[in-house]
Write a protein of this length. Structure first.
Lengths: 615, 87
């Protein structure tokens, strides 16, 4: 005593703050991010001088920290002195040359702080500290994730293989998310006051969304969205309504929730969450509003609502039009080949979408709308509905002969091929197998199949075995009876390749290429399935006739032919989805109900009920 | 163990390359708000929206293209006509 005046003063003041349960000041006291102020530097040199690393010093430090906990608690909050001891050791040993070690120590420190948070009486005092440490840890983990070169030399020294680097670097962020999730659970499950969905954010529950948002940020960063599912489920079950929390937390949470729902193809609830985030976001928070918009816009496009000029003119939407407007134009036009070309992986637009993590969703979901527009135009210009007079009288419904679609597709394919912007997509017309409408890149395993007969190009048996040996001559296989059977090395399990199968047709796409009708029949099958899918989704109204393939639009007299055959996309989807306005993961304040009223919409939990007669 | 002198000297040298990728990726990170809470009025747009009762037209629900004069439609229409004539 007396040799460490700064440390003495530090511990004395900290003890006072803990006694007063002043969590904010406790956090303010526990500084650890460099550059540390002069007084902390002095404390660090005291620590290095009087408590040099070693087991003895650690024990002594812990003894110094024990009086921090109120005597009346009988030392039950032992997690706190241990935490402060770790904090002092962290300050003493901090070495920014080895950020990996710093990361590990910081994580251990946060872990200990989360243990301290678990105390039902005193835990809430360290809530601001847990949040602060979580943020510092997250910042460090995400920084190292972006700059793996900063710790590459340490990994090399520690003999970690280069190929492990990608795995490890993801894990840093994920590991951080796991610690932060522990803190989140401690906040969510605090039983003080009125807990649950009817409760208020009091005690540790004020930290629910602070911790959840930080955890979500980390999970999005490391691409482990799956891990967020349990969090949203726990929030739905146990959190007080989101509306009781401050705007910054609400907006951040709804942004992540919306993105999560979007990533899970739940576009309707995702739109509600993202729209609410946008509506509640401070108007001057341009960067956040812009990020929200960059998911809200694609979400709406998929649901059939396009951003207006007024939206694109908002300051936060600057630059977004150049990505989304061409996409909308292509959907309206219905040129599915141009659409595919536009979102081809190599294009700059595609790269931007890919970085946002929405490329594949846009590709898959918007193509449906493109086909609807294409079908609509062919129907408009190629359908037969006998003019306005015929509609008024009883007669056959308006129809589109699907042969017109074949013509339109062939025309489109030629247009693209001759304009020279042909990727493989435009070459679909000359496909030997598979789709005649679109073309997909050849599977690598089939890349060596050549010629119309589909035979393998000349290669030695050795070469073929080397490449496909695991398939042609595996170590073992299952017999027809399902019994495992070991196989001699190199023995072909499917028998002699020279066996004559001449009597069988083995090619599933065996067209006679001199016969155009046969190819057109296969195109027709694709068109029919596309139409059937659009009808099933409610994006087209009518039915299909198969023998002479046609699309018929009955009952068009009231609303008109086009609105009946091709109903408004947004109205169709929102009519179908809006019966359920609840968004999973978003706790809404409950409508006041009469307590004690019998029945009255109360849900009775029968999880614990047993069948009669069972113990 | 740590070596404060070399560490200080290294830091400024490492800073510039660090700055660049961070600027590029800043766009993708949802930043913390500088303020904790705000009333709903501060979330609403001031320019324009108030003038139209706050219901600025942000989303287009009807976007189907019925313009037969548009290039793509015109060509498609002609192509379909050709077939009709030859059939």
């Amino acid at each position: 005593m007396g040799q460490t005046p700064v440390l003495d003063q530090f511990l004395g003041s900290l003890q006072e703050l803990v006694q007063n349960r002043d969590g904010a000041k406790v956090q303010d006291f526990l500084q650890l991010e460099p550059p540390l102020s002069d007084i902390y530097q002095r404390m660090v040199s005291e620590l290095r001088h009087h408590y040099a690393p070693g087991f003895k010093a650690d024990t002594e430090l812990l003894q110094r920290c024990e009086p921090l906990v109120p005597r009346s608690k009988g030392g039950s909050w032992t997690a706190f002195p241990t935490f402060v001891k770790l904090y002092l050791i962290f300050l003493r040993d901090m070495n920014t040359d080895n950020l990996l070690e710093t990361y590990n120590q910081l994580k251990a420190l946060l872990n200990q702080c989360v243990l301290a948070l678990g105390d039902s009486q005193m835990g809430v005092v360290v809530l601001p500290t847990v949040l602060y440490l979580s943020k510092v840890l997250a910042k460090l983990a995400m920084g190292l994730d972006r700059r793996p070169d900063l710790i590459a030399h340490i990994r090399r020294m520690e003999g970690l293989a280069a190929q492990d680097e990608s795995i490890e670097k993801v894990t840093l962020v994920e590991k951080s998310a796991n610690v932060v999730r522990e803190a989140f659970i401690k906040c969510l499950t605090d039983r003080t006051g009125t807990p649950g969905p009817t409760g208020k954010p009091e005690g540790k529950r004020i930290g629910i969304y602070l911790m959840a948002n930080l955890c979500l940020k980390l999970l999005f960063q490391c691409g482990k969205l799956r891990n967020a599912e349990q969090m949203f489920a726990s929030i739905s079950a146990q959190s007080p309504p989101l509306a009781y929390f401050p705007a910054s937390q609400r907006v951040t949470y709804l942004y992540y929730l919306g993105r999560y729902l979007f990533a899970n193809n739940l576009f309707f609830p995702a739109r509600i969450a993202l729209q609410a985030a946008y509506d509640q976001c401070h108007r001057q928070a341009i960067s956040q509003r812009r990020l929200i918009l960059s998911y809200l816009i694609p979400c709406n496009i998929i649901l059939g609502r396009f951003p207006s000029q007024a939206l694109f003119q908002r300051p936060e939407a600057q630059g977004l039009a150049e990505h989304f407007q061409p996409l909308c134009r292509l959907i309206v036009r219905g040129d599915y080949l141009a659409f595919r070309q536009h979102l081809f992986l190599g294009s700059p637009t595609a790269q931007w979408f890919a970085r946002k993590g929405i490329l594949f969703t846009l590709r898959n979901r918007c193509e449906t709308l493109v086909w609807r527009s294409f079908a609509r135009k062919v129907f408009m210009y190629g359908g037969s509905y006998g003019g306005p007079q015929a509609q008024a009288q009883k007669g056959p419904p308006p129809v589109l002969n699907l042969k017109k679609l074949v013509v339109a597709i062939r025309w489109l394919q030629t247009q693209h091929a001759s304009s020279g912007n042909g990727t493989a997509n435009t070459m679909a017309a000359s496909n030997l197998y598979g789709s005649q409408v679109v073309s997909e890149p050849t599977d690598l395993d089939y890349a060596r199949l050549e010629g119309a007969d589909g035979r393998a190009s000349p290669a030695t048996d050795q070469e073929i075995l080397g490449k496909y040996g695991d398939f042609l001559a595996p170590d073992g296989f299952y017999t027809e009876e399902g019994r495992p059977q070991p196989n001699l090395p190199g023995q072909l399990v499917d028998g002699d390749p020279e066996e004559n199968y001449g009597d069988y047709e083995l090619n599933p796409y065996a067209y006679d290429f001199d016969d155009r009708t046969e190819i057109d029949a296969s195109v027709m099958q694709e068109i029919e399935s596309i139409f059937a899918s659009l009808i099933t989704q409610g994006l087209m109204g009518g039915y299909l006739l198969h023998r002479e393939p046609r699309f018929a639009v009955p009952g068009a007299k009231i609303k008109g032919i086009l609105p009946t055959g091709f109903p408004n996309v947004w109205q169709t989807i929102s009519a179908r989805e809006s019966h359920d306005s609840s968004v999973p993961g978003w706790v809404q304040p409950r409508a006041p109900t009469v307590v004690g009223a019998a029945g009255g919409g109360r849900v009775i939990n029968l999880a614990g009920a047993r069948p009669v007669g069972l113990q | 163990m740590s070596n404060p002198t070399t560490q200080k000297a290294d830091a400024p040298e490492q800073a510039p390359p660090q700055a660049k990728p961070q600027v590029l990726e800043e766009d993708d990170e949802f930043e913390d708000f500088p303020v904790e809470d705000w009333p709903q009025e501060e979330a609403e747009q001031t320019n324009g929206s108030k003038a139209n009762d706050g219901s600025e037209h942000l989303w287009e629900e009807s976007w189907d293209d019925d313009d037969a004069a548009e290039d793509f439609s015109k060509q498609l229409k002609e192509e379909l006509k050709k077939v009709e004539a030859s059939a």
